[in-house]
Design a protein around this ligand. Structure first.
Ligand code: CTP
Ligand code: MG
Length: 387
């Protein structure tokens, strides 16, 4: 039984929270699917608010569910209405779950069902890891509680059906915030079973952000070889030779120098390495594949054209560039004085915050072609998240 009869008054503007979506799937639908797909669960029914029937019909459209029943003014009343509606099936066990906990794991459900073989009642919970204090009216701690004994209650909570129905009837006029408390009040022993860390209750507006993160992780974990989503890292490398001139262009920034760099385009070696890193991250060939040097169109071209195009290809694949890291290798010019200008130019082209753009300079200690001041080399890494 999935309880979805609340109004979500703490969750901010919009529809009742259980009908709001995280990555395109509502909280209620996520909760219902978790139970519909579980092999130990025979029947699934939602308890909804009478005004939400039209919202429910969309959420439940293709799921194998019993018809919903209407809840009451409190969670306890909604639970009672739901329990009554199951009498006709005379189930031996029932699990009660909050629709507002959309990330319940199949293993959590399994643990509760198993626990009911030997217990009348069991609830999913997590051990408290913080030290817990009690505060007096003046704001001071008056007691530190031994956290060894403390657990945070989650749902599902599972019960032998006849016992929880009788307990709900017995305590109809008192108020309890969960069903385990009603079972306790009726004198039943309630077993604590490990829940799962992600099984938090969406209560406040910011909990939806946390939900985005959890569902993102789930999606990534389930990604298989045909699914391209996930974090990818591309690397790029480029070299250009010095020639006549009075400046070089690095990351779009002209820097006065004793020489220029030779190339078909503007010879921005750093931007070329970066473009290749981005193309590498999406397995889209290299800069030469897209902008062949044989094509006169790219003669003296400003390299931001290449970088912009590579970034556009990332967007087309539903990706975002999270971070880039560049190393420019040369004895001179010095990179440090121009770092900020380079970061802001790359930030403009890639629409990225400069905090996510790293630019480093190094010499090669006089060794090799860069040490002999014959040219500049650049290496780049790009981290790309494909959604
Ligand atoms: N619930 C219910 N019937 C009620 C109240 C709550 O079925 N009269 C359900 C909610 O839909 C939710 C679960 O019980 O899935 C836990 O309640 P809570 O998180 O408090 O949700 P709301 O009552 O909807 O939120 P709020 O208290 O912020 O209004
Ligand atoms: Mg409530």
């Amino acid at each position: 039984m999935v309880l979805a009869g609340g109004r979500g008054s703490r969750a901010g503007e919009g529809m009742p929270k259980q009908y709001r979506e995280i990555r395109g799937v509502s909280l209620l639908r996520r909760s219902l699917i978790a139970f519909c797909e579980h092999p130990d669960i025979d029947l699934v029914r939602a308890v909804i608010h009478p005004e939400d029937q039209h919202l429910y019909d969309v959420v439940a459209r293709d799921l194998p569910l019993e018809p919903p029943v209407f809840g009451g003014d409190t969670r306890q009343e909604s639970g009672f209405n739901g329990l009554e509606s199951f009498i006709e099936y005379s189930p031996s066990k029932i699990l009660i779950h909050d629709a507002a906990r959309p990330f319940v794991a199949a293993e959590t459900i399994t643990r509760i069902v198993r626990a009911l073989d030997s217990s009348t009642a069991a609830l999913a919970a997590s051990k408290i890891t913080d030290t817990v204090k009690k505060q007096d009216k003046a704001g001071y701690v008056y007691e530190t509680i031994d956290r060894e004994e403390l657990w945070r209650a989650q749902t599902p909570q599972g019960f032998r059906f006849d016992e929880i129905l009788a307990a709900h009837i017995q305590f109809r006029d008192s108020s309890h915030t969960d069903d385990a408390a009603i079972a306790e009040a009726a004198g039943h022993k309630v077993l604590l079973v490990d829940g799962n860390e992600e099984n938090f209750k969406v209560t406040n507006p910011e909990d939806f952000m946390r939900g985005e993160v959890v569902s993102g992780k789930e999606e990534m974990a389930s990604h298989n070889t045909t699914d391209l989503s996930g974090i990818r890292m591309g690397i790029g490398f480029d070299v250009h030779r010095f020639g006549p001139g009075d400046h070089v262009i690095l990351c779009g920034v002209p820097i006065p120098h004793t020489h220029g760099l030779l190339a078909h385009s503007d010879a921005d070696v750093a931007m070329h390495a970066l473009t290749d890193a981005i193309l590498g991250g999406i397995c889209a060939g290299d800069i030469g594949t897209h902008f062949p040097p044989s094509d006169m169109k790219w003669k003296d071209a400003s390299s931001d054209i290449f970088l912009t195009e590579a970034a556009e290809m990332v967007t087309q694949r539903n990706g975002v560039i999270n971070h880039i890291d560049l190393t420019i290798v040369c004895e001179t010019p010095k990179i440090g004085p121009h770092r900020e200008a380079m970061q802001s130019r790359l930030g403009e082209i890639l629409s990225m915050p400069t905090q996510s753009i790293s630019i480093k300079g190094t010499t090669s200690e006089g060794l090799g072609f860069t040490g002999r001041r014959e040219g500049i080399a650049a290496q780049a890494a790009a981290t790309i998240w494909i959604k």
